[in-house]
Design a protein around this ligand. Sequence first.
Ligand SMILES: Nc1ncnc2c1ncn2[C@@H]1O[C@H](COP(=O)(O)OP(=O)(O)O)[C@@H](O)[C@H]1O
Ligand SMILES: [Mg+2]
Length: 397
Amino acid sequence: MPSLSEETHGRMARLLPGATIGIIGGGQLGRMMALSARYMGFRIGVLDPTPDCPAAQVADFQVTAAYGDKSAIRELARRSDVLTYEFENVDADAIDEVRDITATPQGTDLLRVTQDRVHEKRFINEHGVRTAPWRQVDDCDALRSAIDNLGYPAVLKTRCGGYDGHGQVVLHDDSDRRRVEDRAEREGRLPPSILEGFVDFAFEASILVSGNGTDFVTFPIVRNIHRHNILHLTIAPARVSKEVERETHALARLLAKGFELSGTLGIELFITRDDRVIVNELAPRPHNSGHYTIEACSIDQFDAHIRGIAGWPLVQPRLLSPAVMVNVLGQHVAPTRALIGDHPEWNVHDYGKAEVKHNRKMGHITVLTDDTERTVGELEATGCWDDLRDSASRRLS
Ligand SMILES: Nc1ncnc2c1ncn2[C@@H]1O[C@H](COP(=O)(O)OP(=O)(O)O)[C@@H](O)[C@H]1O
Ligand SMILES: [Mg+2]
């Protein structure tokens, strides 16, 4: 059998087509990674508890087990030339334990930092990058002194495990604080948390950066509109000043370098009215707000992720066309499917999830356009996303 990897500068082995990539997590991000990897001729294994999960449908094999099952991770590692993951709540110790049997170019530092909001904020600030002001909050006394420091309003978030707004609450006044204290008393403790000053942002944005350990490339800055804490729309590119543009790309490279990043990292941002760029959080993987790159960029976030972990060189992505990406949640599946015939401009992505649930990410639609505002208006006018009360187009004007 020919060798499937070659030494590059005596450092990381460059993976060649035919090698197997093991992905921990078989949701939509794993699926889109696997699709990219397929074009390059890689084989794919997936670890996920759900048989026939989105990624397994396009993979060569599935190890069907819980994400935290160490023997299953070991089996995936044994059958793969390189291991990656599609979400941040992977057991970092389990990955460290298989480093002798497969390549883990992403390491586990990035995972450990992004799994804990305190470590994450500290890392970002230590690299000279701005976040919201924050305090570590371990108990109710610490909560009071953090509020004394930061004032109201403030956002209390659990350090670990939060997503789509779960595990966080905005505190406006002492009565909100008392509600948190009462709950902590009932439950016996306050979960390890972080308190952040509330950022009165003009809008939310994000940038993706990809690396192969030594070289880093950045994607365009995009604007994100959330509904009920779930990403609704991404508009590419975001309209930002030259200064915001320069600062954002620079901070993305700086953080990527700090992590010696392999693969793709999503960076969520707040942009203020006076053009300050504030990092909200990091996602050590491709990001929902980067799905537009599949059609709109010269290289997409999944290709860049696979190339990065395979030790391939990376080229700076170019935006080929402005684009709007809209998420299709469970409640949007039926209305959007009914309109497929009317919208040849819709690039329809469906993740192949068996069960349709309210607010579950089932797919997305990307539209390439010369006029993103008009396109947002047209998407909203279909009525498919009417459950999301205040319309994005109103918010945009
Ligand atoms: N410090 C803050 N100030 C203002 N809004 C915030 C702040 N932190 C979070 N938010 C809002 O809550 C959303 C979810 O918070 P985030 O930290 O990204 O958690 P999650 O892991 O749930 O995505 C953000 O996209 C933003 O709209
Ligand atoms: Mg977020």
